[in-house]
Design a protein around this ligand. Structure first.
Ligand SMILES: [Zn+2]
Length: 374
């Protein structure tokens, strides 16, 4: 008992029972090592103290080892639960409503107009492996920024006139064989901005764009990114005057007026027309009139069902809505209305809304906005 008191003195915060065990003979360590393999979380603190003070030997080693093992088991458990949660959110909800916030492709192609794929990623070109795709199109075809970011201009014997676009999305985009530039070095660009023109400079046998995408310092195949998205031209990002759009909303007594910059920012990041997103809030929530609950302002697009259930904030919900538009735009048959396609029953990617007239309302507001705000 005296020893117990002395220990408590030296190790403040260590309970009496733990202190008693510290003085126990070697047999105790064996018990502890085996027991700690099965110990619940609350025991961690005890185990840490015991392990540090245990006499040297195999059992001490085992006690420390089992502590680490317990930590690893908990880490695995959390990883498993995390994955389960992600699957639930990422699979179940989109399956139900058609919303999606996973990694989508590019909202636009790197060239304006038709192109033909003449070179694939990973092709063996004799002295090198082809680390991008070749898109053949007429000389002078405008080359577009596919994401917001900053451009670097360079030239090399192989690539000719080149542009490196350091995207805000974390990817680096590489354009080669250009005939000329439409931006200056270091300039910030928005998606859809013409940055140069297709040519045949460098090691090239005819007018084409070599397009490469780098993620985390490694080249990846750009083709799946193109196929995963690419909006019809009419829905792709365009610069909108924030003041004019805010004034238009203010005239409708909309709570979005003062914060429409957040919608524009999300639209620019994903590459979707900001007016389309505003048009969706018109159809879904009447542009959130003054006096609406704050939660409605946190999800005026009704992503993931409804604002009552899910209200992550204006910017976040705008980002999800924009990504959903990109994803649902995939595979639109020739001649089908691009907004109709977003909630068409026959769209294999899902639907934005169940309401068969949803697209009519969105299209109406989209056309009005384009006429009155642009
Ligand atoms: Zn190439």
């Amino acid at each position: 008992m005296r020893a117990e008191g002395a220990l408590r003195c030296h190790l403040p915060g260590v309970p009496a029972r733990a202190a008693a065990k510290l003085l126990a003979p070697a047999g105790w360590w064996r018990f502890l090592a085996v027991f700690s393999l099965l110990a619940p979380a609350g025991w961690w603190r005890f185990l840490a103290v015991f392990s540090l003070l245990a006499p040297a030997g195999w059992w001490r080693f085992l006690a420390v080892f089992s502590l680490l093992a317990a930590a690893a088991i908990f880490a695995l458990l959390f990883a498993f639960l995390g994955t389960l949660a992600c699957l639930t959110v990422g699979y179940h909800l989109p399956g139900e409503y058609g919303y999606f916030d996973g990694g989508v492709g590019l909202a636009m192609a790197p060239v304006a107009g038709k192109w033909e794929l003449t070179g694939r990623f990973g092709e063996d070109r004799g002295d090198h492996v082809h680390m991008g795709i070749d898109l053949a199109c007429p000389e002078g075809t405008p080359v577009l920024a596919v994401a917001p970011g900053r451009v670097r201009l360079s030239s090399s014997p192989a690539g000719g006139l080149e542009v490196w676009l350091y995207g805000e999305d974390g990817r680096t985009y590489y354009y080669a064989h250009l005939s000329g530039y439409a931006v200056s070095d270091g300039e910030p660009v928005s998606p859809g901005r013409v940055i140069g023109y297709v040519g045949s400079t460098g090691r090239s046998t005819g007018p084409h764009l070599h397009f490469g995408v780098m993620v985390g310092g490694k080249w990846v195949d750009p083709l799946p990114l193109l196929r995963a998205g690419v909006l019809p031209e009419d829905l792709a990002y365009r610069d909108v005057d924030e003041g004019r759009l805010a004034a238009w909303l203010r005239a409708r007594r909309s709570m979005l007026a003062d914060r429409v910059g957040e919608i524009i920012r999300a639209a620019r990041e994903v590459g979707v027309d900001p007016l389309l997103l505003v048009a969706i809030t018109g159809q879904e929530q009447g542009f959130v009139p003054e006096g609406s609950p704050p939660a409605m302002l946190g999800n005026p697009f009704n992503v993931y069902g409804s604002w009552q259930r899910y209200s992550p904030g204006l910017y976040e919900s705008a980002r999800i809505a924009a990504r959903t538009v990109v994803r649902l735009s995939r595979g639109r048959p020739e001649g089908v209305h691009p907004i109709y396609w977003l909630s068409a029953r026959e769209n294999p990617n899902g639907v934005y809304a169940e309401d068969p007239n949803w697209w009519r309302g969105v299209t109406y507001w989209f056309e009005v906005l384009k006429k009155q705000v642009l």
